[in-house]
Design a binder for this molecule. Sequence first.
Ligand SMILES: [Zn+2]
Length: 77
Amino acid sequence: MTPDFENMVWTCPCCNQQRTDKYIKVRTHDISVLMGLETGTAFINCKYCIDMPGCIEKASNRDWVIEKFKPNLNKGI
Ligand SMILES: [Zn+2]
């Protein structure tokens, strides 16, 4: 049985809305240096809505993404 990815639902961290998989993409930010690590070893993956300019803007903004995901960083991802 093939998983039905099209109907998978994700919560966009930019707008906090639940969207189906086809409207969600992931923007990856390299945060290694901030973590005191070698470049290319630590990343944040931020989901965003591909049809919402506000979400694209937030997901592309590294400072916003870091601020948003900071609680998780402190737990050590
Ligand atoms: Zn969104």
